[in-house]
Design a protein around this ligand. Structure first.
Ligand code: GAL
Length: 625
């Protein structure tokens, strides 16, 4: 009798790229490698429907039969990320327009505007055709909608379709133009609108547009993504009941609200490219060098915990896992031997249902020629193949079990929108504040859940709110009711839902919990540093008044951290040694087993196992917890 493993392995496969004669052998080798899932179809529109209304199902029928016959469960994708040329030519205004009003033209992918009603109808039509043909097929175990919404900066479109839809969105949200003008403070610079039809999108203004206007546009754009996705989900639920529906999110990507999107999905996936992300995102030069072949030790884990917290019922997957060098970062090193297995086990330790490698075989043509797969272009094994087999063997021996609850980190997508629209100081981003706090917690060996501001805080000994300008009432109540130690970072409670300073000043609704009011906020250059006893601080400085007591005072008398009962408030940006000092003190007060780990070592507790990951040497040890 075989038992279902707590986590499955899979691969992204493109049968349309390879001669049909080789499909059965590919499927056999997948199974031999220990894979049980295969994801197909996401870029296949031009082969499924070569001309408007003329479907060529034969190849896909045979591909599905072949994979199914080998015992693989198929995740079939809707192909809407790559609208074919005939469709673009028939409907040229379906293209998104960039901030400068230029069309995002055909010739790569994601060249559509989420607000274009005609394209949305086409997306529903092709989804329905797929659901009708394969919805009941026993080999189809799940669906993926589209591919990476927003990749290549495609959430926002500045097209006439988007402008019209945005006006309707504003009408529905504000009811009257007077209410919108008041909420946005449009009296400033005579920006008042005479009616909803007069509202433009916030691009191409002389200097910055009203931040409230931008925030509304970001919310609208995010809602358009969710609505586009929902239209496909509705079709798939009706046509293919009992199959999980997923979508693949990305790394360090906040252009749409993943909490909203995930509410319509069964499983939220994400695409993990640790080496590419290390190279492309804001890591220190030292870390880029030290972890060039491993990825930063908190990079994948941060996203695992972020997306687990977004997903309904905490069901999440890695839908694409880097197996070797990618093609798209500034530099594209290979993973250290052992890293593909380590990444796989890290995902398991955080509770993933599936890790699916991208891709089966490196394709010798087109944009991703230099992107490794599990096989080389000549079908010989690439280095990752043996590691995947080893990981499959590990997984066969590992029991599941719930991740252990210790610390919660609160993150909201609109936090990043606010700090992106109005950073006040260069680089002061809510997302990166969250990453810094996450990393500081993880360097102490703690398990972290990243949760939305409306999530329950039950069971956590420590709650960190790194930077949350807009604080919902639910969080005010949850923090007040929780017995946890709490750390609050700058800008929290500093804006209303419509991007105004609260009447009572920041932190607005959290003032009594934090025991202070922020009277003035400075942002600081990196050269401006507060010096304390064993810590330095900077980046930001809040002037405060109230009942809170100084917790960390610098040599010059300025206070970096305030304390009011079990709540610590950072008056400086959450980074560096001051952050370590505050998190260590709060973890200690929370009674958590926190101890600084050696460079590159990270722990994760799941069920009765403790996973010890050594990122410097690509080693994993699994011990009783
Ligand atoms: C992802 C994408 C894949 C492939 C991959 C390459 O962003 O979903 O289709 O392009 O990157 O690393």
């Amino acid at each position: 009798m075989t038992t279902t493993p707590a986590m499955r392995l899979g691969v992204c496969y493109f049968p349309e790229h390879w001669p049909e004669a080789g499909w059965a052998d590919d499927a056999r080798r997948m199974v031999e490698t220990g894979l049980t899932r295969v994801r197909i179809g996401e870029f296949g529109w031009s082969r499924i429907e070569p001309e408007a209304g003329r479907f060529d199902w034969g190849w896909l029928d045979r591909a599905i039969e072949t994979l199914h016959a080998a015992g693989l469960g198929i995740i079939l994708c809707t192909p809407t990320a790559t609208p074919p040329k005939w469709l673009v030519d028939a409907m040229p205004d379906m293209l998104a327009l960039d901030r400068n009003g230029r069309p995002r033209r055909f010739g790569s992918r994601r060249h559509y505007c989420f607000s274009h009603a005609g394209f949305r109808a086409e997306a529903v039509r092709i989804t329905r055709a797929l659901a009708q043909r394969y919805g009941q097929h026993p080999g189809i175990v799940g669906w993926q909608t589209d591919n990476e919404y927003g990749c290549h900066d495609t959430v926002e479109s500045f097209s006439p379709a988007a402008a019209a839809a945005f006006r309707d969105w504003c009408r529905a949200r504000y009811g009257s133009i007077a209410a919108l003008n008041a909420a946005w403070g449009n009296v400033f610079w005579s920006m008042e609108y005479p009616g909803f039809d007069a509202i433009d999108l916030p691009n191409q203004t002389v200097t910055e547009a009203n931040p409230a206007h931008w925030l509304a546009f970001k919310r609208f754009s995010s809602d358009q993504v969710a609505a586009f996705n929902r239209a496909q989900v509705d079709v798939l639920r009706a046509g293919s009941p009992g199959r999980d529906i997923t979508h693949n999110a990305m790394g360090f990507f906040t252009d749409y609200d993943h909490h909203t999107l995930a509410a319509d999905l069964d499983v939220l996936g994400w695409d993990s490219y640790p080496l590419g992300f290390l190279e492309m995102f804001r890591f220190s030069e030292a870390d880029k060098q030290r972890y060039a072949h491993q990825g930063h030790p908190d990079l994948a884990a941060f996203h695992h915990d972020l997306y687990r917290g977004c997903a309904r019922g905490q069901r999440w997957s890695v839908l694409e896992q880097q197996p070797g060098p990618v093609n798209w970062a500034r530099h594209n090193p290979a993973p250290l031997p052992g890293m593909v297995r380590l990444w796989t086990l890290e995902a398991f330790a955080h509770g993933a249902e599936l890790v699916s490698y991208f891709r089966w075989r490196q394709f010798p043509h087109a944009q991703e020629q230099m992107h490794a797969g599990l096989l080389r272009p000549d079908s010989a094994p690439a280095p990752a193949l043996a590691e995947v087999r080893a990981a499959a063997d590990d997984l066969a021996r590992l029991p599941g079990g719930a991740p252990v609850k210790q610390a919660a980190l609160v993150f909201a997508y609109d936090a990043e929108w606010v700090t992106g629209i109005q950073p006040h100081g260069q680089g002061r981003s809510a997302l990166w504040a969250a990453f810094a706090c996450y990393s500081a917690l993880r360097r102490l060996g703690l398990n972290i859940d990243i949760v939305s501001p409306t999530a329950s805080l039950d069971g956590y000994a420590l709650v960190v709110v790194p930077c949350l300008p807009i604080v919902p009432d639910a969080l005010v109540r949850a923090l007040a009711d929780s017995p946890a130690q709490i750390i609050v970072g700058p800008r929290t409670g500093s804006r209303t839902a419509d991007f105004a300073i609260p009447e009572t000043l920041p932190p607005g609704p959290l003032a009594s919990l934090m025991g202070l009011t922020v009277t003035l906020s400075e942002s600081w250059h990196d050269r401006m540093v507060l010096d304390g006893d064993g810590w330095t601080a900077g980046g930001w400085f809040d002037h405060v008044e109230g009942a809170a007591l100084p917790e960390l005072t610098a040599r010059d008398g300025r206070v970096a951290c305030w304390r009011h009962g079990r709540v610590r408030t950072l008056a400086v940006w959450p980074q560096g040694s001051v952050l370590d000092a505050v998190i260590t003190a709060s973890a200690r007060d929370a009674g958590l087993p926190a101890a600084a780990l050696p460079e590159g070592t990270r722990l994760r507790r799941r069920g009765d196992r403790l996973f010890r990951f050594d990122y410097l040497n690509a080693q994993v040890a699994i011990e009783p917890a």
